[in-house]
Design a protein around this ligand. Structure first.
Ligand code: DGL
Length: 260
């Protein structure tokens, strides 16, 4: 048993789509949340920048809170930095990748549209997931530049305009399944669903929550007691507290994280 916190990391509010599922499955776990909003958006950064941000955040959480596990609740950070982090740190590190495998299921005839940040769409990691579990000729990768930022800042007009632009392209592809390959996108799932009602929409939230649970059981480190969660941002703590409080429907007081 281990009551230490689990570190949860993203460039911003996308982490809540994974955290929500994890809290449902593991109500006694304690979390320390790190939103790297000072460097948002990740989708348009280089690989070496993202590796540095993810290492700094992991270091901060290990030193300050002795976290028992780090969750990259960010597809972009996972496809670009997971390998480097696993080499550097010896705690379990769980990544989030676009749900390509479940999208294709057992049939390679399925037509799959993958919405993600531009960096994830271009990554070798995603290309190899498609090669291993899908079929390139039936896959449409859509790097949705600007969508993550519009969601991060809650700019509804921009969210709708950006989404409509990409959904028009996706409609022409006629997908059976749409994969939400950025953790911010489940926050606008209803709008995607109403635009393409026949397509099945999948994200990685529940699968990541189950993976976290399996590792905690396997390493005998489930928490016995809910103590509380801590929230950090590298952006403006007042704004993050307000958005987080609204999303989680409780009063949150986030702190500024001084990482270097
Ligand atoms: N939530 C992150 C993801 O899943 C977005 C990264 C970003 O562009 O800041 O990729």
């Amino acid at each position: 048993m281990n009551n230490s916190q689990i570190g949860f990391f993203d460039s911003g509010v996308g982490l809540f789509s994974i955290l929500k599922e994890t809290k449902k499955l593991l109500p006694r776990e304690n979390f320390v949340i790190f939103a790297d909003q000072g460097h948002n958006p990740y989708g348009e950064k280089t690989k070496s920048q993202i590796i540095r941000y993810a290492k700094d955040a992991t270091n901060f959480l290990i030193k300050k809170h002795k976290i028992k596990m780090m969750v990259l609740a960010c597809n972009t950070a996972t496809v670009l930095a997971l390998e480097s982090l696993r080499k550097k740190f010896d705690i379990p590190i769980v990544g989030t990748v676009p749900a390509v495998k479940p999208a294709f299921g057992t049939s390679k005839d399925t037509r799959v549209a993958i919405m993600s940040t531009p960096a994830t769409a271009k990554s070798k990691y995603l290309a190899s997931l498609i090669k291993d579990f899908g079929d390139n000729s039936r896959t449409f990768k859509v790097g949705c530049a600007g969508l993550e930022e519009a969601i991060e800042y809650g700019n509804e007009r921009l969210i709708f305009a950006t989404l409509d632009f990409y959904l028009a392209k996706i409609k022409k592809f006629k997908p059976d399944v749409i994969v939400l390959g950025c953790t911010h996108y489940p926050l606008v799932k209803n709008r995607i669903k109403s635009s393409l009602p026949k397509a099945k929409i999948i994200d990685s939230g529940q699968a990541i929550a189950r993976r976290i649970k399996d590792i905690l059981i396997g390493t005998n480190s489930l928490s016995k007691k809910k103590i509380g969660d801590i929230y950090y941002t590298t952006g403006d703590p007042r704004i993050f507290s307000k958005i987080t409080g609204d999303l989680l429907k409780s009063k949150i007081e986030a702190e500024y994280a001084q990482v270097s």
